[in-house]
Design a protein around this ligand. Structure first.
Ligand code: AHG
Ligand code: MN
Ligand code: MN
Ligand code: MN
Length: 332
């Protein structure tokens, strides 16, 4: 709370990062620069998204499927290229992984200390219909020696080792939500200034809420305890809200209180969402805001990762609601 007194609403992201730098786990300025690089890339994506309908960059990329077997949208490809370029040019990242690339991408900056996992464009299916989409990122300090090529081990450290995580929601306004492990802050993008401005200092997720969010069409596939929990939500006349962009669904529930569920399904027995660049960063943010995130058995952040694109069921949101769901699982 004290830190926030010094950082009033209206502070620019740059200034916030500068003032917070001393509190970062390694106060060398490199993480600060990396966060600025992420913000810059997101401004470029924001611009592309805003004019997507005019620039012939909606629709599928025609290049086939990505490593997930999903149809790549043109904006998936554009956003991916923009982020990779920004992180290469920025110089603070030795390697990254992206939803859109099967293998580790080496930036050529082997002396850099950080690695990044990104979902460049989250909510692809909403691009063509002008509904909110996002970007998700997760940052680790590398564990391999500086100067060498980053390896799988740098990316498979586990969620609790993240030094920073964030998302950008390209919604009715564009907002960047960030944690460096000391709470969560939200910055709204001011188009006219080209700056992110601190609008949501010290974001806290309400302990409970009135909203449940899942793809109801899959309900028959869900584990029995999850079905029972959803039945209870409906009996209590909670509100069902589901956009189909994780970033947007998560953000609404973060602000208003609620629970988001993406369980395992018949088609996707491991769940749909990807651990490294969807579940981990969102779980880090949720916990830092007082919420919770689990896979039905354990904390998301405690899951030991085994591969770059592995999936996980995700239950995330208000702590009381997650606790209640977990209670049903135990009894179910
Ligand atoms: P992405 O667009 O990055 O591939 O992610 C899609 C994810 C996530 O954004 C969303 O919550 C979920 O897919 C929606 O899945 P369903 O269409 O199966 O509900
Ligand atoms: Mn995708
Ligand atoms: Mn996604
Ligand atoms: Mn994506």
């Amino acid at each position: 709370a004290l830190a926030n007194l010094a950082l009033p609403v209206g502070t620019t992201l740059d200034r916030y990062i500068m003032q917070r730098q001393t509190a970062f786990p390694y106060a060398t300025g490199e993480l600060s620069q990396l966060l600025r690089d992420m913000a810059l890339a997101s401004k470029i994506i924001n611009r592309e998204i805003n004019r997507a309908g005019l620039m012939d960059i909606t629709g599928s990329a025609g290049s086939g499927n990505n490593v997930q077997g999903e149809t790549q949208q043109k904006l998936d490809v554009v956003a991916n290229i923009r982020f990779i370029r920004a992180l290469k040019n920025g110089g603070e990242v030795c390697a990254l992984i992206s939803e859109e690339d099967e293998d580790i991408i080496h930036t050529g900056n082997d002396n850099a200390k950080y690695v990044v996992a990104i979902d460049p464009l989250d909510g692809s299916s909403n691009i063509d219909v002008n509904v909110s989409i996002g970007t998700i990122f997760s940052i680790y300090r590398r564990i391999t020696p500086v100067g060498s090529k980053a390896t799988l081990a740098d990316f498979l450290q586990g969620g609790d080792q993240q030094v920073a995580a964030g998302y950008i929601l390209y919604g009715s306004s564009t907002i960047l939500v960030l944690t460096t492990g000391e709470g969560v802050s939200g910055f709204t993008y001011d188009n006219s200034l080209g700056e992110y401005i601190l609008s949501h200092p010290n974001l806290r997720q309400p302990r409970a809420g009135q909203i449940f969010s899942c793809n109801d069409g899959n309900e028959a596939d869900y584990p029995i305890p999850v079905q029972a929990y959803l039945r209870q939500c409906k009996q209590q006349r909670l509100t069902g809200r589901y956009i189909g962009s994780l970033v947007a669904d998560f953000h609404r529930n973060l602000i208003k209180g609620g629970i988001y569920l993406y369980p395992q399904t018949a088609r996707l027995p491991e769940g749909k969402l990807r651990l490294l660049y969807e579940c981990y960063p969102m779980a880090f943010i949720a916990e830092q805001a007082g919420g919770r995130a689990c896979n039905g058995e354990q904390r998301i952040l405690a899951i030991a990762p085994t591969s770059l694109h592995q999936r996980s069921p995700l239950f995330i949101g208000s702590s009381d609601m997650i606790n209640q769901l977990n209670g049903m699982s135990l009894n179910g």
